[in-house]
Design a protein around this ligand. Structure first.
Ligand SMILES: NC(=O)c1ccc[n+]([C@@H]2O[C@H](COP(=O)([O-])OP(=O)(O)OC[C@H]3O[C@@H](n4cnc5c(N)ncnc54)[C@H](O)[C@@H]3O)[C@@H](O)[C@H]2O)c1
Ligand SMILES: O=C(O)C(=O)C[C@]1(C(=O)O)C=C[C@@H](O)C=C1
Length: 318
């Protein structure tokens, strides 16, 4: 649930990259009152025009105008250009400003931001575990982060002022209805490799295989696709630039996870070949129980804000 705040946490926040996540942050900021002023910047002129037209905030034509005097700058670009975006913002960041991001990979994001930031800036990497397969400024909605985790991966800087910034950034996400968890960037990247990155790789791959098989089956894969395959196609509709950057920046953890996955898949292949029904049954039973654990943990991805419109929220229609 979004909390309406009586005293804004920040005077001015700047969102760099007004796509799905950036525009959702702008809308959630407006709805919660976390900032007095919301500024928007995007390198794409068409995105800036759209952001201005739908009233996401004060749209700036230059990164200098967007970042000068801002208390919080949130980078919402693809992971591969986070370093370039931070470098462009760096000269205009004031003393004590917080620089954060929302990228799906954290170790590279943190390193890229720290490498170009002045020492007087508090760099704190972040990742809302919430999204949809849609992109762009009009895909965003205020409730995207409600009931979701937001992971922060701060530096090991123990200075009091840095810790105050971590607390302020935590309150910012909490106002959107998120639950904040602090962890190391390395641990984040390993956990997300299995819970998010590998599922996307598998979805892209199964859709690519199905696309190849379309020729053999004369169009019947698409014609008769339902249930399971349809769910994969939703995930595989996600933005290719975003996901290319995720895999190029989380190589180590993804390859480790993929290694385990392919071993398990080979065991299944063997069980089918040798008609080992007991092994198949045992593995399916074990795997099935994870669904209950996920729902018990409150992370049911069939919830309405996963790319679907419900009567109670402002999720955009598909
Ligand atoms: N889509 C999701 O489900 C999801 C969920 C959580 C986190 N993320 C992360 O959030 C980030 C943004 O994803 P998205 O889905 O909002 O993407 P998006 O494609 O909807 O938006 C990205 C925006 O960044 C802009 N941009 C690109 N380079 C830029 C630059 N150098 N300076 C300023 N703007 C620039 C683009 O023009 C675009 O408008 C990614 O790092 C992604 O890993 C995505
Ligand atoms: O539902 C979706 O579309 C998502 O995949 C969202 C999802 C995820 O994998 O859970 C995708 C990428 C993120 O970095 C965070 C969330």
């Amino acid at each position: 649930m979004i909390t309406k705040i009586s005293n804004p946490i920040f005077d001015t926040i700047t969102i760099i990259g007004a796509g799905l996540i950036g525009s959702s942050i702008a809308r959630a900021s407006e709805a919660s009152g976390v900032a007095k002023t919301i500024r928007i910047y995007d390198t794409n002129e068409a995105v800036r025009a759209c952001a201005a037209q739908i009233g996401l905030g004060d749209v700036s034509d230059t990164i200098e105008a967007a970042c000068t005097g801002a208390d919080l700058v949130v980078l919402c670009t693809p992971v591969g250009v986070l370093g370039a975006a931070a470098q462009a913002a760096a000269p205009f960041l004031k003393e004590g400003a917080i620089l954060t991001d929302v990228g799906s990979v954290k170790e590279s994001a943190l390193n890229d931001m720290v490498a170009v930031s002045p020492a007087h800036v508090h760099v704190i990497a972040g990742h809302p575990i919430a999204g949809t397969e849609h992109s762009g400024p009009d895909a965003g909605f205020a409730k995207l982060f409600s009931g979701r985790w937001c992971i922060l991966t701060p530096l090991e800087d123990q200075s009091d002022s840095y810790q105050v910034s971590v607390q302020k950034l935590s309150r910012f996400w909490e106002a959107f209805g998120s639950t904040v968890e602090i962890m190391s960037a390395k641990r984040h990247d390993l956990v997300l490799a299995i819970t998010s990155h590998l599922p996307h790789l598998i979805a892209y791959n199964i859709c690519a295989t199905a696309e190849d098989m379309e020729q053999v089956t004369e169009g019947e894969v698409v014609k008769f696709s339902a249930g399971g395959f349809r769910d994969f196609t939703r995930i595989a509709a996600s933005d290719p630039t975003m996901w290319r950057d995720v895999f190029l920046n989380n190589k180590e953890a993804v390859l480790e996870t993929l290694g385990r996955f392919t071993e398990d898949l080979a065991a299944l292949q063997r069980a089918i070949r040798w008609s080992d029904g007991d092994q198949l049954f045992d593995l399916f039973t074990r795997a099935r129980s994870i669904r209950k654990s996920v729902i018990d943990a409150g992370q049911d991805t069939a919830a309405p804000n996963f790319g679907r419109r419900s009567d109670e929220d402002d999720t955009p229609a598909e």
